[in-house]
Design a protein around this ligand. Structure first.
Ligand code: A3P
Length: 355
């Protein structure tokens, strides 16, 4: 072939002079300066056609994106600011309880096309330094969302910090609140286990649960031991109910969420006023993990990290019984406050599941 040609090689416009399409013959050029060399292979008409096809393809892709297809799901825009999306203060917060399944709940809800979730625990209302940064800072911690999507943030410390309900109320008195609770005995063990792992990371000595939870002088449960205290659900609930009516707080059963997450997530969708867009088939039981995982756009099964669903140490039966006794009255108070019973004080049910 004689003459000069402009060709498309490896995604770049290149020029070939006098001859075969030999790679050594190719040198980089800018298309705009070389329109005269396009006379044989790249006529203006051909270029226009290419440009036209490119534009049509781009428009097609954008239209596809807006109509929720799997090619370009709305969730992909968490970090990308595109038209119509912006960061919004949360419409809903998961306030706790710590170690009751807050991460699992958020992970499941994230699959919903009408929900965007904050990437990490923001600790806005419970951390004075963060709170002092103001609502503008808080909003900037939120993901980009479309106008018809709900933004959800979870920070489990919100439930137990006494100043939090008033602060949340001041920001948005109609915000929707999700609280997940779990058998307080199991939650307490899980809480201490988490602290043990943190301690190990820092090179600290780790003591057996029994030693930490019992008062060495009396042999009774140390009622001021933090992991025990954090399971007095009634105490914290009373504080939240000073600011918010019960119908603004939906309570998720954390033990049910472990055993069969779909019905619990279905109820949350209803509470949030959303369509039921997370089908039962999206929850996949993973026998190796021993927990449910969820199908997402990018993963056949998204399981929670290794720090969730740890196997608990064996705890002496007498200590379990003592904990149950301590929690019994708190549990009854809680059931009354929320007008809902959980199995924790139900001897038959508890013995059935070996707790
Ligand atoms: P354990 O690790 O003690 O089993 P949080 O996210 O609030 O810290 O709660 C952690 C708890 O979530 C875990 O406590 C686990 O029991 C529970 N959980 C519920 N669903 C889970 C899931 N699908 N995968 C892992 N853990 C889950």
């Amino acid at each position: 072939m004689k003459g000069t040609f402009v060709v498309w090689v490896e995604g770049k416009v290149k020029e070939v002079t006098n001859g075969r399409m030999n790679y050594q013959d190719v040198k980089y050029t800018q298309l705009s300066n070389k329109t005269e060399v396009c006379s044989r292979c790249c006529t203006p008409r051909k270029l226009f056609t290419c440009f036209f096809i490119l534009i049509v393809t781009l428009i097609g892709l954008l239209v596809t994106c807006y109509s929720h297809t799997s090619i370009c799901n709305k969730h992909d825009y968490q970090k990308v600011h595109i038209r119509l999306t912006k960061r919004r203060l949360p419409h809903c917060i998961i306030i706790g309880a710590r170690k009751a399944g807050t991460r699992a709940l958020l992970t499941y809800l994230k699959v919903h096309p009408d929900i965007q979730t904050a990437q990490y625990e923001v600790h806005f209302f419970d951390n004075q330094e963060n709170y002092d940064f103001g609502y503008g800072w808080y909003r900037k911690q939120m993901p980009y969302s479309f106008p018809d999507q709900l933004t959800i943030e979870k920070s489990p410390a919100y439930f137990t910090e006494s100043s939090v309900p008033g602060r949340v109320y001041s920001m948005n008195s109609t915000i929707k609140i999700l609280l997940i609770v779990r058998d307080p005995v199991q939650r307490t063990i899980s809480d201490q286990l988490q602290l043990n792992f943190k301690g190990l990371d820092m090179g600290l000595e780790v003591k057996p649960f029994e030693e930490l939870v019992l008062n060495p002088k009396t042999g009774n449960i140390d009622m001021n031991f933090k992991p025990v205290q954090r399971s007095y659900y009634d105490v914290y609930m009373k504080n939240w109910l000073k600011y918010f009516p019960l119908n603004q707080i939906h309570i998720v059963d954390g033990d049910q969420l472990i055993a069969d997450p779909y019905p619990e997530v279905y109820k949350v969708e209803s509470f949030l006023g959303l369509r039921h867009a997370i089908p039962q088939s999206d929850f996949v039981y993973n026998a190796t993990k021993g927990f449910y995982c969820i199908k997402t756009d990018t993963a056949y099964q998204k399981c929670l990290s290794g720090s969730k669903g740890r196997s608990h140490p064996h705890i002496q039966k007498e200590v379990i019984e003592k904990l149950k006794d301590v929690f019994w009255k708190h549990n009854e108070n809680f059931f009354e406050l929320v007008n809902q019973r959980f199995f924790w004080n139900n001897k038959t049910m508890a013995s059935k599941i070996g707790k």
